[in-house]
Design a protein around this ligand. Structure first.
Ligand code: MLT
Length: 409
């Protein structure tokens, strides 16, 4: 008799974004001709920049001749990309990360989920609430929790509520976790963490033998020079943190797929006898067993964001989305919403009007303004009464959506 992984039965609903997609498709089928503006899932809308496209084409052309053809590449990524990452994302900010500690992959969503596998099921995980749903869902799938409770929390997860009172920045947990997911700039609230804030977490992790799983997928949107782009900008972080980064939002690779995870050789976790083991060889073992690397043309395309021209072009696209976020913040504030985030981040987090439930507001926006956002409660119980707008949209659509929202009754 084949047995299922019963942990999957603990998950209450389908994954958030396909559920939103289903509701929008249903609305469109019932209302043909209505123009729906999508500001729900954070999916980029601007094309890959010319420098990236040029390198992508070169990568494809290399595959057309026997001399430059590539078969299986190194699972961890080609040196040309890992070296460019180490130099441009880390050394340029005074952070010494070795190219050898960088694992190129097909996405941070996959990596943030897959990382669970190299840590034992007995680990206690701390996550923010609200939070990118992948952290919680994959914690459940990997058997580290009990069932969901009436307050919407899974038994066994340590939740760190993020609300207006704490500025959407988590407080140190009162119960000691083993693994801590942090994401800054934050998805969904768009808040950022200062150097002091991150130092507090690194010190806590060092004192309590925890590991921080740091998701920096949105670091490219940081414009304030004082805000760290990487957890490794904090002294002592290499011994207690690993970091997820992505080309998706940084350079428009949501459809092209390229990301990377940094696991410093200094990072250690323990076996059941209390013996310390480096985490990197475990991830390397997993990666080389279950993954055959990102395709060569895609890695060529990704490396192009680090040329002088590539950096300029990618920055222009980031600024375009940040300007969208500014327009959205100002317009939504003028309409009377309490607005958060959207300054060093592509997400604008608003309080729903008259304490409406998040999904009710989703329906109202969809049915009355034909605008799609993401209900805050989809990110966790503390997201109830909030709503997320993504700035990854065309400018004309942003302006039109804001006008439609202003005209809502
Ligand atoms: C989001 O909208 O939260 C993101 O696009 C999801 C993701 O990056 O997987």
């Amino acid at each position: 008799m084949a047995l299922i992984n019963e942990n999957y039965l603990k998950l209450q609903a389908g994954y958030l974004f396909p559920e939103i997609g289903r509701r929008v498709r249903e609305f469109e089928a019932a209302n043909p001709g209505k123009k729906v503006i999508r500001m729900g899932i954070g999916d980029v809308t601007q094309p890959l920049v010319p420098e990236v496209i040029k390198a992508f084409h070169e990568g494809v052309d290399d595959m057309a001749s026997a001399e430059s053809f590539k078969g299986y590449g190194p699972e961890q990524g080609y040196d040309f990309l890992r070296d460019a990452i180490a130099l441009n994302d880390y050394k340029s900010r005074g952070v010494d990360i070795s190219a050898d500690d960088i694992f190129v992959s097909d996405g941070s969503k996959c990596d943030t989920g897959n990382i669970q596998e190299v840590f034992g099921a007995a680990n206690k995980i701390a996550i923010c609430d609200p939070v990118y749903p992948v952290y919680a869902d994959t914690t459940v799938m990997s058997g580290k929790t009990g069932t969901i409770q009436s307050n919407g929390y899974f038994e066994g997860i340590i939740y760190m509520p993020c609300n207006e009172a704490n500025g959407f920045i988590p407080e140190l947990p009162t119960e000691r976790p083993d693994l801590i997911f942090l994401c800054f700039p934050n998805n969904p609230t768009g808040t950022v963490a200062s150097k002091e804030e991150l130092t507090k977490w690194v010190e806590y992790a060092r004192a309590n033998k925890c590991i921080i799983l740091y998701d920096a997928a949105y670091e490219a949107f940081i414009v304030d020079d004082s805000i760290p782009h990487s957890i490794f900008e904090i002294e002592g972080a290499k011994e207690v943190a690993l970091e997820f980064r992505s080309f998706s939002k940084t350079a428009g690779f949501t459809g092209t797929r390229c990301a990377f995870t940094v696991i410093p050789k200094e990072l250690k976790a323990y076996d059941s006898h209390g013996v310390a083991h480096p985490v990197k060889p475990l991830w390397n073992r997993r990666h080389t067993t279950k993954f055959n690397g990102v395709s060569y043309p895609v890695q060529k395309a990704a490396a192009a964001i680090y040329t002088e021209e590539g950096k300029k072009q990618v920055k222009e696209v980031i600024n375009y989305y940040l300007e969208n976020a500014r327009i959205m913040r100002e317009s939504l504030t003028a309409t009377g919403f309490a607005v958060f985030g959207g300054v060093n981040a592509p997400y604008v987090w608003v309080k729903t009007p008259n304490n409406m439930k998040s999904w009710d507001f989703f329906d109202k926006l969809l049915f009355e303004a034909n605008v799609v956002g993401t209900p805050g409660s989809g990110f966790g119980p503390s997201g109830e009464g909030y709503f997320r707008f993504s700035a990854f949209a065309d400018r004309d659509n942003v302006l039109e959506a804001m006008e439609r929202i202003q005209n809502l009754k």
